[in-house]
Design a protein around this ligand. Sequence first.
Ligand code: 4NP
Length: 147
Amino acid sequence: MQRLLFVCLGNICRSPAADGIAQSLVASRGLDWRIDSAGTGAWHVGKQPDNRMMTAALARGIELSPLRARQAEPDDFLRFDHIYAMDESNLADLEQIRPQNATARLSLFLEHSDVPDPYYGGDDGFEHVLDLISDRMEILFDRLQQG
Ligand code: 4NP
């Protein structure tokens, strides 16, 4: 059993994509894992993922429409085993709200680089984000399943 939380800035582009891709791997691998996503910012709380990301993900068989944005909170550090930040700035913001008694491990999703924010760019940015997240997620799941 693993509890994974993916965090970006708005929780409408990158982290919902990671959420949907992880949920699809949980289903295809028959795992009993809990997956969620959140944003460090509150601007989009309650909103569906960005239409451009929903469309790009759906073309790959990943359904994001049931997801709703929420803001990351200190309790997340007690409710999840791993928290993955999409970029360095998200990581720094999460460190600011990490409680003293945190049990979750906090790390950068791509380990050594950022998942670029696609919000202000073109459609190819969304495809690139989906490629990066899909490739990394397979490796992450392999590693976590090996224990
Ligand atoms: P995300 O993308 O962090 O991948 O969800 C963004 C969404 C919204 C904004 C920035 C990034 N925004 O500034 O509203």
